[in-house]
Design a protein around this ligand. Structure first.
Ligand SMILES: [Mn+2]
Length: 360
């Protein structure tokens, strides 16, 4: 979390900015962070950063065209020093990924002090905005980054029809009405740039979630309709992906990527539907298989072992990894991973058995 001093500093910088530029990640956390901070003063522009993870010098000409007096970078994991140096106006970077060493930037990252902290950028942005009218945006952004916010009881009190008290994180995100809102903040960012820009502009003028979910105003109706048509594409893919669930501990869904890239959303929802399986959503591209791996248990060790002797690389968090494998080695990789997972299960079983024997 931000300290009181950091909150005051960011608040002051936003309130005194004439034409701030907000560069934010292209997901629910990035978008909600922008909306919360933008609504403090309603000045400036946003740039949706789609080329994650790295913001580098190639973006400088585009940034210069905004003529901003301050730049706020939200939820972008990697920003090159060259990019920061090329900006020429004060840069404020709020993020919660692995901290990097950078200078000439006001860097706000809770993991500098607490390496294991998990605080979405939206949570910090809400500390700065502190507008209770926007609690629905703050909630959706946190849930979108798989984090149950500490203010959830206030949200439930205000919107009891959107979330049942005491819901778990998976229930909130995939079973409760608030989950539709979370998906909306992801899906409205997909598709042709002009449509996305229009959706975000309309979002800055929405005052309550019911305005969208119940289509209470023309703006709400517009967003709901756009979301609905994108969600239809997603639901079709999800249905297709579910056909790939077999008795194997791996659910592999080969998927053709286009501008409607749903990889991360699909992988997350599938882990909730199949909590005991490793979910792999993969795309074939120039002789390689690029894939996202997710599970509700640690898979990083099994992945590292499966990568041995295979042309490819990968890694990430314990429950969420990425990997790129040469296509000719794909079957060998998959077989290796299956073997490793079964091995781990066996070990676990043996240990449980030992424990049972010990306990008599
Ligand atoms: Mn984030």
């Amino acid at each position: 979390m931000l300290s009181a001093k950091q909150i005051a500093q960011l608040r002051e910088e936003i309130e005194t900015a004439q034409n701030p530029l907000f560069i934010h990640d292209s997901d629910a956390d990035g978008l909600c962070s922008f909306l919360l901070l933008y609504k403090i003063r309603r000045e400036g522009k946003n740039f949706i950063f789609k080329a994650a993870p790295k913001l580098d010098a190639t973006f400088l000409p585009k940034m210069a065209s905004y003529n901003a007096d301050k730049v706020f970078i939200l939820d972008v994991p990697k920003v090159d020093q060259e990019f920061i140096d090329g900006i020429k106006v004060p840069v404020f970077w709020i993020d919660h990924h692995q901290p990097l060493k950078r200078h000439n930037v006001n860097y706000f990252n809770p993991r500098i002090k607490e390496p294991d902290a998990y605080i979405p950028t939206t949570r910090m942005s809400y500390q700065v905005s502190e507008n209770p009218d926007d609690i629905w945006i703050a909630t959706a952004g946190c849930l979108g980054d798989w984090h149950m916010p500490d203010f959830i009881d206030q949200f439930v009190e205000k919107y009891p029809h959107l979330l049942a008290k005491g819901s778990s994180l998976p229930e909130a995100v995939f079973k409760q009405p608030v989950g539709r809102l979370v998906k909306m903040f992801f899906f409205l960012l997909k598709g042709p740039t002009a449509d996305v820009r229009q959706s975000v502009k309309v979002l800055t003028r929405i005052t309550s979630p019911d305005e969208i979910l119940n289509q209470e105003t023309p703006q709400g109706k517009f967003l709901y309709k756009r979301f609905f048509s994108i969600n239809q594409k997603y639901e079709l893919l999800l249905k297709e992906a579910r056909k790939h669930a077999t008795s194997s501990p791996i659910l592999f869904f080969p998927y053709l990527d286009d501008q409607w890239s749903f990889t991360a959303n699909l992988a997350n929802e599938l882990t909730v539907l199949y909590p005991k399986k490793v979910i792999i959503v993969g795309r074939r591209k120039s002789g390689e298989m690029k894939c996202s791996l997710r599970a509700q248990f640690a898979i990083d060790k099994a992945l590292a072992k499966a990568l041995e002797g295979v042309q490819g690389y990968g890694g990430g968090h314990p429950n969420a990894c990425g990997a790129v494998i040469k296509e000719h080695d794909w079957d060998r990789f998959l077989a290796g991973l299956k073997r490793e997972l079964k091995q781990e299960l066996k070990q676990e079983f043996k240990q449980e058995l030992k424990q049972e024997i010990k306990n008599g």
